[in-house]
Each structure stands twice: as structure tokens, then as C-alpha cells.
Design a binder for this molecule. Sequence first.
Ligand SMILES: [Zn+2]
Ligand SMILES: [Zn+2]
Length: 465
Amino acid sequence: MNKDKVFEYIDSKSELFATLSDKVWDAAELRFTEKVSAELISKALEDEGFTVERGIGKLETAFCGRFGSGKPVIAFLGEFDALPRLSQKAGIPSKEESVAGGNGHGCGHNLLGAGALAAAFGVKRYLEESGREGTVIYYGCPGEEGGSGKVFMVREGVFDGVDCALTWHPADHNEVTATSYLASYTVNYRFRGTSAHAAANPEAGRSALDALELMNIGVQFLREHIPSEARIHYAITDTGGSAPNIVQSTAEAVYQFRAPQLHQAAAIYPRLNKIAEGAALMTETEVDIRFIRASSNTLPNTVMEQMLYENMAALPYPTVPDSEKEFMAAISATLPPADSTNWGEVLPYVPSSASRPASTDVGDVSQVCPTAQLDGAVWPANTPMHSWQAVAVGKSETAHRGMIFAGKALAATAIDLFEQPEKLTAAKEEFLRRTAIAPYTCPIPADVMPDMPKQKQAASFGRCS
Ligand SMILES: [Zn+2]
Ligand SMILES: [Zn+2]
């Protein structure tokens, strides 16, 4: 069976994938609450003949759909979670909320989940028609944005037995993801003091806000003494109140810190804790430290990346339909002037050991099996991730076309891996070489549970944040 037949099959189901993506866009569910989205994709897998398992990895909205038997086992990773406070009407070129204060698919995970599903359907068709031994698994991975859902899944052994994994991310260009993402941690620091009248009884007060300020100053001095490419970000999520005549008895900040290698990020964690404890000691307050999430740096796999590139380059590039040219031009007019080469072609593949200044929970999958990913153009050039523009074009025919393109490239690469076992062997050898340098340990402790969103989420910590 040649790839064209698989592409035809994916095309024949393109309406289904577009509808699914749009319904996930409509549902716009935050991390670990994606019940509607997870069920939509699970049901589509069942209807297609996959054996579906729900609630895997101790996560209610994680699932997998499996087809075939025996080796090799090739996995596609799908995401479907949205972002807080990014509600936006679809199909209009101006910022306008659809639901006041609502969520939105500013990272295109509606397209990501449906595009990976297209790949899984294509490979199932290939396995059926070719009669070849092997298994394809679609992993429904919840809570990428601020949740590191895949890391919890890795921790629970969900990917054990998988030979390799493929995925993609919506973007403003077509390119194999050749650079590595940073390892990343998120930790919450909550200070508790004693309130008092700030003028009448200042000696009775112990300010949690003072402690938080001292912690931030301490971290400011720490920044000089971490690896150059490491980053420490913070957001104050509780100032203790708005009345200056009350000594603030609570204050809270969430810190996110990243580094090219997991061990480098892990080394920052105890140093932050010491600063927080020092700040508490200085102010006679107490600090509660709550580990939220962590994800590892991604391990590149040049064997699979080269295969992805060849399959992307062999496909016709997706184009903007005439009916949407005006809309896309109007969206582009709201963005910085674009490099026109980003759109409508596949950028050259250049293997790289560099890190990109972002993080993803795909990192931990890449630490337990050979993994490769691509960026697929679904947005006009220069569209930032996590922007209203990304939400506005998320249901467009242009985005649907980009999603199908990505699905076909992923499916074709999986077929090559089935057809050319020597390539899979080479990918595994590369994976073993890379993991031998720094053997993997899951960065999320065994007792840490997924962080559910609060009603008013202050920030998101996904790969694009
Ligand atoms: Zn994303
Ligand atoms: Zn994101």
C-alpha cells in the first residue's frame, strides 16, 4: 500500500477531523478538566475501530486508542486543552471575547489533537491494508498548559513498550522541530504572617508581603549564579490585600524556572527554597512550598527528524482558500510585518543542539522513547502563540488544511518506520546514546498530584508561555 492511498483516506475523513477540532475549540476546557474534548476524541477512535482505554495514568481525561498487534508500537501524541481568559470569537480580525472571561484555544491544541488523530487513522488504514504486524496508539494527553499531563503519564508508565512517538504543534510555519525545549519547574511559595494595624500596632504584625518581597530580591541576586540559558520567572498571585494600613498576613508567588538540562533546572529548586526560607526567617513568617509541576528538556532524534522533514517536503503545502484570503490578510494587519518565506513552504531541516526558550511536556516522552515533532502552519506568519489571533483563526479552513498536512506528514513518517525497521533501529540507537549521558528520572515526585485550574487562573506555564 503506498502513502497516497493513506493520504486519500485521511482526505476522505477531513470533514470529521475539522468538525472534531471545531468542537474541541468550542469546548475550550482547561487542564485536566477536558471531559467533553477527551470524550469527543475517544468516541471518534472507537467509531474507527480502535480499542480505547479511558482514565489512563491516573488522569481522568487521559486516554489511549490502540489498533493492531505486536511490534513495532508507534504512538501519536494528541493534546486538547485550552488557555484561561483567551476567549475570542472565531473568524473575525479583531479582539472580541466570545464568552466574558472565558477560555480559548490560543495554542491550537484543538488542531493538535485532531491532526494527530488524522495520523493515527491513516496508520490504522495502512496496517489494515498492508497486513503488516505492528501497533498504532493514539495517546490523548490532557493538561499540557500549566499541567505537564504527559509527565504524570510517563511517571505512571503509560508509555512503557512504545517504540517511538510522533507529534506536532500548530504554528505559523512548517518546520521540523529540531531544537530542544528547556526543562521547566513550577513551584508555589505561600507566606503566612500576622495581620495588625499598620500604624497602631506595627510591632504585632508580621508581613507576609515583606517576606515575598525579600524572596524576590534574593532570587534577583541568584540570577547571576545560574547557567546562562536558565530562566527564573515569577508572578505574584496574592499580595495579601489592597489596604496599606493592614499588615498583610498572606502573600503568594508562583515561580517557574527553566534550564537546558533537567539537572540544571532541578539544581535551582533547592536554592529557591533556601531563599524562601531565609525570607521567612527574616520576617518571622512561615512559608509553604508547593511543587506544582515539572517537565524535562526534549531529546532530539535526528533520524526521525530527517524522516519527518522528507515527508513534509514531499507533500503539497497547504494553502489559504480564496474565501479566507481577506480574513487572513486582516489578521496579518494586526501583527508585525511578516517574513513571507515562513508561510507556504517547509523550512529546511537543520539538526541543532540549541535550546529554544520554551518548554513542553513532550520532553518527558522524548526521555523514555525516541520522539520527534513538527511545527505545522495553521496561523498567519508572526501570530504569537497564546494570542487572540491564534484563537480567531482556530476554526478556519486554512487551519484545518494545515492540520491535515501535519497529520499526513506524521502518518507518512510512521509508515516509513514500519517499512524500514533499520531506521527505527537507528532512531533507538540514537536515543540510547543520548539517554546514556543523563539517565532519566521523572522530575515530578511520586506524591505530587496534577494541579487543577482555579477559577481565576493567574498565568499559564505551557510550552509557549
Ligand atoms: Zn501548545
Ligand atoms: Zn501553549
